[in-house]
Write a protein that binds this ligand. Structure first.
Ligand SMILES: *[C@@H]1O[C@H](CO)[C@@H](O)[C@H](O)[C@H]1NC(C)=O
Ligand SMILES: *[C@@H]1O[C@H](CO)[C@@H](O)[C@H](O)[C@H]1NC(C)=O
Ligand SMILES: *[C@@H]1O[C@H](CO)[C@@H](O)[C@H](O)[C@H]1NC(C)=O
Ligand SMILES: *[C@@H]1O[C@H](CO)[C@@H](O)[C@H](O)[C@H]1NC(C)=O
Length: 413
């Protein structure tokens, strides 16, 4: 079977799922503000820009590994977090999300996400898609009413009181919520959760769609997949004869095939020429995506081979986001819009994704969680008794000193 040129496909797998969502905002969504109008396109183009930047970072960090994430989920979780950010912390998050703040205002960004959420969640009988946000709040942590209200109105976020002092119970509460919202696709987002946690913001996405032209499982056969020049694996390879949007990009050395779902959403598969994956990854831009989409033409493909695959991933995004300019949230954060005081700091940004592509269609889910602790607790207190010290052992009930001493050399007999 001619599967030779399919090798680098998996690496780009999820870009597809992300891009699809970003393009889902109807053209006619217009967010009005006092002076400016921002359409869904502005939001989508920033989100796409962010998607490619994050892709490049993750690909760089995980060379020759699958990369799978939902850029939309990460963007939305960080935009949600930015509701509570102030000053330079806020600017950093929004610029890190690729918004040009001379062109778009903060309120317009939040309204853009609000409309995006509504558009993505619009019921359809051809597509299962649900996107949502939630926050898990330490019982004693007092959130500002404004933050709770904005979270509810703009990000449709529910709030769950949580006892992080019992990390096992808190972990189960969040993991079970995520599992339920992702239809079991993401089972264990957190392996462990620090007892110092006081607030967790969660964004989830679940997506399931059927191919307009399905693959026949009877034609799926084991075939070689060329991971690299000298490494080959056997995979179940699906095959199909169909007419579908196609483009051969001679300039960049890649072939594009778009597969459509019954909902008319689509997945774009990008196959770089042999050995060209890295060149192409370096050149990925939102403009290129637009050019590709405009160049696709229906074409009969007599033999399309696509591996059936199921990929799961889990990322700690804190270093990656720092490299993309979103740093303050992890160090000297001003998240005073959440509690009224500037003592919250982000300790982790965790992202999990799962994507299955088979004969029927695609099922995918992703979750982004922003974990916060109080900064006063984050600074580890270290006291080292590594030089002579005194001690006193005191009996409380009798108020008497049981032992009193000085240790100058613990090894001394
Ligand atoms: C932001 O937009 C302004 C005005 O359109 C433009 O001059 C500037 O170059 C843009 N900045 C970035 C970083 O793209
Ligand atoms: C694979 O081939 C390349 C050159 O084509 C070589 O540099 C590399 O060491 C080989 N790797 C293995 C695992 O044999
Ligand atoms: C998809 O597009 C086709 C052709 O434009 C149209 O006939 C069909 O109703 C659309 N389906 C959905 C679910 O929107
Ligand atoms: C990010 O998380 C990793 C793993 O938990 C940790 O080792 C690293 O120090 C963190 N980096 C930042 C910038 O917080």
């Amino acid at each position: 079977m001619r599967a030779e040129r399919l090798s680098p496909l998996l690496a780009l797998g999820l870009l597809v799922a992300g891009i699809r969502s970003v393009h889902c905002l109807p053209e006619n969504v217009v967010v009005k503000d006092r002076h400016r109008r921002v359409d869904g396109h502005t939001l989508a183009s920033s989100n796409t820009d962010f998607a490619f930047s994050l892709y490049k970072q993750l690909a760089l960090k995980n060379p020759n590994k699958n990369v799978m994430f939902s850029p939309l989920s990460v963007s939305m979780a960080l935009a949600f977090l930015s509701l509570g950010a102030r000053g330079p912390t806020l600017t950093e998050i929004l610029e890190g999300l690729k918004f040009n703040l001379t062109e778009i205002q903060e309120t317009q960004i939040h309204q853009g996400f609000q409309h995006l959420l509504q558009a993505l969640n619009r019921p359809s009988n051809q597509l299962q898609l649900s996107v949502g946000n939630a926050m898990f709040v330490q019982e004693e942590l007092k959130l500002l009413d404004k933050f709770i209200e904005d979270a509810r109105v703009l990000y449709s976020s529910e709030a769950f009181p949580t006892n992080f002092g019992d990390p096992e119970a808190a972990k189960s509460l969040i993991n079970d919520y995520v599992k339920k919202k992702t239809q079991g696709k993401i089972e264990e987002l957190f392996k462990d959760l620090s007892p110092r946690t006081v607030l967790v913001l969660v964004n989830y996405i679940y997506f399931k769609a059927q191919w307009k032209t399905r693959f026949d499982p009877k034609h799926t056969e084991q075939a070689e997949f060329h991971v690299s020049d000298n490494k080959t694996v056997e995979v179940p390879m699906m095959t199909l004869d169909l007419e579908t949007p196609y483009f051969r990009d001679e300039e960049l050395g890649c072939t594009l095939v778009e597969l459509t779902y019954t909902s008319n959403d689509s997945a774009l598969f990008i196959l770089p020429d042999k050995g060209k994956m890295q060149d192409l990854e370096a050149k990925l831009t939102p403009e290129m995506l637009t050019r590709w989409r405009n160049s696709l033409q229906p074409r009969r493909i007599h033999e399309l081979y696509l591996p059936k695959f199921s990929i799961k991933s889990n990322y700690e995004l804190n270093d990656t986001l720092s490299q993309m300019g979103i740093k303050k949230i992890f160090t000297d954060a001003d998240l005073s819009g959440i509690t009224g005081t500037a003592d919250l700091v982000v300790s982790q940004v965790v992202h999990g994704a799962a994507l299955d592509v088979d004969e029927e269609g695609t099922e995918g889910a992703a979750v982004t969680a922003v974990v916060m602790a109080t900064s006063s607790l984050l600074h580890t207190l270290t006291v080292s008794f590594n030089r002579p010290f005194l001690l006193s052992i005191f009996c409380k009930e009798t108020q008497s000193i049981i032992f009193l001493g000085k240790v100058t050399n613990p090894k001394e007999a």
